[in-house]
Design a protein around this ligand. Structure first.
Ligand SMILES: [Zn+2]
Length: 468
């Protein structure tokens, strides 16, 4: 079943114009996990600087999202966990000895100055991006401060505290019957998979290094439970995967999944630690090999949210996310880097490229054939029976009716309504801030079968699967 495809030069179709909403908060680069910590929010600022200096601001709408509120964060996370995140600081850390252990903050996930605000920015961008997609105000939403896929319902994990992806997907589920989540970070997208493990309204598909590698989950046989059976797909890969090999497994698999599941929205986590030369990763993707995934998913013309994620060699993450932003805007950016505030990081070549190395590719065609055959036969032998009928998804805000409908929407949803969220880019609008409060909790149960609905039995089953 596995056929090695040639890796061709990336192409864009300038006639396929997309409306893009790009979310960026200039504060993001000021947060620091601490000296020596590999996760550096500064890379988001570097990527942004390239994006601006390449002139992409002329092609897309740029927003600073309102930070996610505690109430919004608690649509997925527990109150006591978010309360802890909002109160703890390096200065009062000794008061929270017990909580530090309970919520897994410490070495990998340190408490740093402004932690809660950092989470707010990440979550706000993904929630607002989802809200704009919901109301047809854009075709693609981008939030490189998001993509923090390891965060759990009441626990920090793998440099992630707030799961902005789960929050964004919950928002999408208000309007979209089926959401496909695709994760190309080198690590397993465990937090997102777990949140939707028992529902068929979200299909999660993660490509990652598996075997003696964080977080240790994401086996081929982990496919979801209950209604969610066959709605989790795991592609466990070995070291050194290259562009052509990745493409040859990614493209047929995503094609099959889109055909089978018919998602009405796609969330793509673009972790840059799957690039060659990453400080923590072990794959061998060039910038083009990574970007091919984004370009391929875009070609389905399904409303799409593009998020960041891991990525620990900053200059390469910045290069790749800038290049991918270009592709999303139907531009292949020229390889000569424009002058920018961080120009010296790109020495010695000052080029927009991440080249592969000569490392050995441990993924044999036989191994990949086994994976592909297993996943595709699982899907082919199962008739997809969606729990929510396919609705006509509004693509055009104008078709949604009059202002009254908007107002009603703003009243009975939380922050998710387009009207409410639009207002947030206008600084002086207090009405919606007030209106936002206390409105969300009840909606969540109506719209998702997410983690909040996991029974103890299901939870045990998942834990068992994961610990085997
Ligand atoms: Zn990662």
């Amino acid at each position: 079943m596995y056929v090695q495809l040639p890796f061709d030069e990336l192409k864009v179709d300038p006639t396929q114009k997309k409306r893009i909403a790009y979310f960026y908060d200039a504060d993001i680069g000021n947060y620091a996990y601490g000296a020596g910590h590999p996760m550096k929010p500064h890379r988001i600022r570097m990527a942004h600087s390239l994006i601006m200096n390449y002139g992409l601001y002329k092609k897309m709408e740029i927003y600073r999202a309102k930070p996610a509120t505690k109430q919004e964060m608690c649509q997925f996370h527990t109150d006591e966990y978010i309360d802890f995140i909002s109160r703890v600081s390096p200065d009062n850390l000794e008061l929270f000895a017990k909580e530090q252990i309970k919520f897994n903050v410490g070495d990998d996930c340190p408490v740093f100055d402004g932690l809660f605000e950092y989470c707010g920015i990440s979550g706000g961008g993904s929630m607002e991006g989802a809200a704009r997609l919901n109301r047809g105000k854009c075709d693609i939403a981008i939030n490189y401060a998001g993509g923090l896929h390891h965060a759990k319902k009441s626990e920090a994990s793998g440099f992630c505290y707030l799961n902005d992806i789960v929050l964004g997907i919950i928002e999408l589920l208000r309007y979209h019957p089926r959401v496909l989540y695709i994760d190309i970070d080198v690590h397993h997208g465990d937090g997102v998979e777990e949140a939707f493990y028992t529902t068929d309204r979200v299909m999660s598909c993660s490509f990652h290094k598996y075997g003696e590698f964080f977080p240790g989950t994401g086996e081929l046989r982990d496919i979801g439970v209950g209604k969610g059976k066959y709605h989790s797909v795991n592609v466990p890969l070995r070291d050194g995967i290259d562009d052509a090999t990745y493409k040859s497994i990614f493209e047929p698999l995503i094609t099959k999944i889109v055909e089978w599941y018919q998602p009405s929205a796609i969330v793509l986590q673009c972790g840059g630690d799957s690039l060659s030369g990453d400080r923590l990763g072990c794959f061998n993707l060039s910038m083009s090999g990574h970007a091919n995934c984004i370009n391929f998913v875009k070609s389905f013309n399904i409303p799409m949210m593009v998020l960041g994620g891991g990525g620990y060699t900053m200059r390469n993450v910045a290069r790749t996310w800038a290049f991918e932003s270009g592709l999303l805007n139907n531009v292949v950016l020229p390889s000569e880097l424009p002058y920018n505030e961080y120009y010296e990081y790109y020495a010695p070549d000052y080029k927009l490229d991440v080249r592969p190395s000569n490392m050995y590719n441990s993924n044999s065609p036989e191994f990949l054939d086994k994976i592909l055959t297993n996943i595709i036969s699982n899907l082919e032998n199962t008739k997809h029976a969606p729990s929510v009928q396919m609705n006509v998804v509004p693509n055009d805000a104008e078709e949604l009716g009059d202002v009254e409908e908007d107002t009603k929407e703003a009243m009975d949803t939380k922050g998710g309504s387009e009207l409410a969220r639009d207002a947030q880019i206008q600084p002086d609008n207090e009405f919606y801030e007030e209106d936002d409060k206390d409105k969300g909790e009840k909606n969540i149960d109506e719209t998702t079968n997410g983690t909040s609905k996991l029974t103890d039995e299901e939870m045990n089953e998942i834990e068992k699967l994961n610990s085997e």
